[in-house]
Design a protein around this ligand. Structure first.
Ligand code: FAD
Length: 489
C-alpha cells in the first residue's frame, strides 16, 4: 500500500495506544474526541485529496527510492519543480481546510534529515543515511504521517543545554546500550502529534562538544512506551463540546499541538540518525527550519484565501461591499497574501540540489518568506476585523439563535442586507472570529510568528546570507571608489 485512503488512515490511528491527557483527563480514544476530531479531519484531507484525479499531480509524486506512486507528504524533493508543487499543494490544503493540516512538519523533517545524514556518512563513515532510507521506505510504503519534533522546552534561553538547571530541558541521550539508546526530555508545541504514526526527533539548536549528548536525531513510533502527551489548549476550544456548528466558526477542520514528554524511551539503533555528532546539529536545524519557512508560503496563503473570502462575504452581507475603502482593503489583503505566495514559489524555484540528490530551497529567500509571514497574516487579520465590524466578537450564541423566543429577535436585529439570511451573516462572522481569535488563530497568527522559528531567527539567517560585503563592493564600483578602506568594520 503506497497510498492510504482517508478511511484507512483513520483506522490506522484507532490502533495507536497514546498516553494522552486533555483538560486534566486521560483520553483513551483521541480519534472520536470532539476537541481533537477536527484536527484529524484536516490530516485526512491530505489522504483523500491524493485520490482525487483533479489534484493527483500536486498531491502525489514518484518515489526516487522505489519508483512507486506516493503521497507528496512522504516525498524527498527531487527537483525545483517538486519544491514548487509542495507549496502549491500546501495552498490547496489551506484553502480546503482553513486550518493547519499538520503533515508539513514531518515532510520538512524527512527532507532535512535525509540530506544531512548523507553528508554525515560521507564525512564520518557512519551508516545513518542507509538507516534513514529504510525509515523513508517504511513511511512511503505505509503512507505514514510523521511528526517533525524539533522544539525543546529550553528552560533558560541564555544557557546551552548542558548548563541548564535541569538536564532534561533539552532532549538527550540518557543511556547508550548495545541495542540502542534511551532518551529523556520533551518536545513542545508539537503540531499534529496525535495524528501521527511516528515522531522524527531532531536537535533544536546548533550544539557544541559539551552538548554532544543532546545532538540526537531518531524516529520512534508515536505511541512508544514512555511517551506522554499533554494536549495544548486553544482559544475557544471548549466550544467544540457545546454542540451546534456555528460558534466554532469551522466545525469540520482544525489543528492541534501537544507537549510530548519522553521518559526513558528506548530507540533501537536502526532508528537512530545522529548520536553525538554535534557539528551536524546546526545544518539539520537550518535545513528543517528553511523547509518549514518555505511551507508557510503555501499553507498560510491558502488559509489567507479563505479569510479574504470571509471578509468579502461579510461586506456583501452588510451592504458595504461597494464602498471604495472596502474594495481597497480587499485588494491590500490579496496583495499581501500573494506576496507570501511569491516568496514560497521563489525560494522553491531557486532551490538547488544537495549532495544526496534531494533539493533544498534557497535559504535566503525562504527566510525572507518566513519574515514576511511573521507580519502579513497579522495585517490581513486586522483588515478582516475592520471589514467584519464588531459583531464578530459580540454576537449571541447559536443556542440563542435557535431559541424559540429570542431566536426571532436575533434574526430581526442582526440581519444585514435584505435577502441574506441572518444565519449566513452570523456564520461568516464566526469564521472570521475563528481565524483571527479562535482555534484557527493558533495556526494563522501565532504559528506565523513563532512556528519555524521566531522572527529574530530569520534575521540572523538573513544577516548571514544577505552578502552585505558583496553589496558594498557593487556600490564602490559604481561610485568609483578604488582600493582598500581603513574604516572600522
Ligand atoms: C502553533 C505552533 C506550532 C508549532 N509546531 C511545531 C512543531 O510541529 N514542531 C516543532 O518542533 N516546533 C513547533 N513549534 C515551535 C516553534 O518552532 C517555536 O515556537 C519557536 O522556535 C520559538 O520557540 P519558543 O516558542 O520556545 O519561544 P522562545 O524561545 O521562548 O522565544 C520567545 C522570544 O525570546 C527570544 N529568544 C529566545 N531565545 C533567545 C536567546 N537565546 N537570545 C535572545 N533572544 C531569545 C525569541 O527571539 C523570541 O522573541 C510550533 C510553534 C507554534 C506557536
Amino acid at each position: 500500500m503506497a497510498l492510504m485512503t482517508a478511511a484507512q488512515y483513520e483506522e490506522s490511528l484507532r490502533k495507536m495506544k497514546f498516553n494522552l491527557y486533555l483538560l486534566g483527563e486521560k483520553v483513551a480514544n483521541p480519534v472520536d474526541h470532539p476537541v481533537i476530531r477536527p484536527s484529524l479531519n484536516a490530516v485526512k484531507m491530505t489522504y483523500s485529496l491524493a485520490h482525487d484525479p483533479a489534484h493527483a499531480e500536486l498531491m502525489t509524486a514518484t518515489s526516487h527510492l522505489t519508483g512507486r506512486k506516493i503521497n507528496r507528504f512522504t516525498h524527498l524533493h527531487q527537483s525545483a519543480d517538486d519544491l514548487m508543487k509542495k507549496v502549491k499543494m500546501q495552498r490547496l490544503l489551506g484553502q480546503k481546510t482553513a486550518a493547519c493540516f499538520q503533515r508539513c512538519v514531518g515532510m520538512d523533517a524527512i527532507n532535512a534529515v535525509e540530506s544531512v545524514t548523507f553528508e554525515m556518512d560521507q564525512a564520518l563513515g557512519t551508516e545513518y543515511h542507509t538507516r534513514f532510507n529504510d525509515f523513508i521506505r517504511l513511511v512511503q510504503d505505509g503512507d505514514l504521517t510523521v511528526d517533525g519534533a524539533m522544539t525543546d522546552p529550553k528552560g533558560d534561553r541564555s544557557l546551552p543545554p548542558h548548563k541548564q538547571a535541569d538536564p532534561d530541558l533539552f532532549l538527550r541521550v540518557a543511556e547508550k546500550r548495545a541495542d540502542g539508546i534511551v532518551v529523556r526530555g520533551a518536545k513542545c508545541h508539537q503540531t499534529g502529534a496525535l495524528n501521527s504514526h511516528w515522531i522524527l526527533v531532531m536537535p533544536t539548536i546548533s550544539m557544541g562538544e559539551a552538548d554532544a549528548d543532546y545532538a540526537v536525531c531518531f524516529a520512534v513510533p508515536a505511541d512508544a512506551a514512555g511517551i506522554t502527551y499533554i494536549y495544548g489548549r486553544q482559544s475557544c476550544d471548549t466550544r467544540k463540546l457545546e454542540g451546534g456548528d456555528i460558534d466554532t466558526g469551522n466545525s469540520t477542520f482544525g489543528g492541534h499541538e501537544s507537549l510530548v514528554i519522553f521518559e526513558d524511551v528506548f530507540v533501537p539503533w536502526k532508528d537512530v540518525f545522529m548520536c553525538g555528532e554535534y557539528r551536524y546539529s546546526g545544518a539539520l536545524v537550518e535545513r528543517f527550519a528553511g523547509y518549514h519557512r518555505q511551507s508557510y508560503g503555501g499553507c498560510k496563503v491558502g488559509v489567507g484565501d479563505v479569510l479574504i473570502g470571509a471578509a468579502a462575504l461579510a461586506a456583501e452581507y452588510n451592504g458595504a461591499a461597494k464602498a471604495s475603502h472596502v474594495k481597497d482593503k480587499l485588494i491590500e489583503m490579496v496583495h499581501l497574501n500573494e506576496t507570501l505566495y511569491a516568496c514560497g514559489i521563489a525560494c522553491s524555484a531557486a532551490g538547488s540540489r544537495t549532495a544526496s540528490g534531494t533539493y533544498l530551497i534557497d535559504m535566503l529567500l525562504a527566510n525572507v518568506c518566513k519574515q514576511n509571514v511573521t507580519r502579513f497574516p497579522y495585517e490581513i487579520a486586522r483588515l478582516a476585523e475592520d471589514i467584519a465590524g464588531g459583531l464578530f466578537v459580540t454576537m449571541p450564541s447559536e443556542k440563542d439563535l435557535r431559541h424559540p423566543e429570542i431566536g426571532p429577535k436575533i434574526e430581526k436585529y442582526l440581519g444585514g442586507t435584505a435577502g441574506v439570511p441572518t444565519e449566513h451573516r452570523l456564520r461568516v462572522l464566526r469564521l472570521v472570529e475563528n481565524l483571527t481569535l479562535g482555534t484557527a488563530a493558533v495556526g494563522y497568527r501565532t504559528e506565523s510568528m513563532h512556528g519555524a522559528g521566531s522572527p529574530q531567527a530569520q534575521r540572523i539567517m538573513i544577516a548571514r546570507q544577505g552578502n552585505i560585503e558583496g553589496k558594498k563592493e557593487l556600490a564602490k564600483k559604481i561610485a568609483g571608489i578604488a582600493g582598500a578602506d581603513t574604516a572600522p568594520q
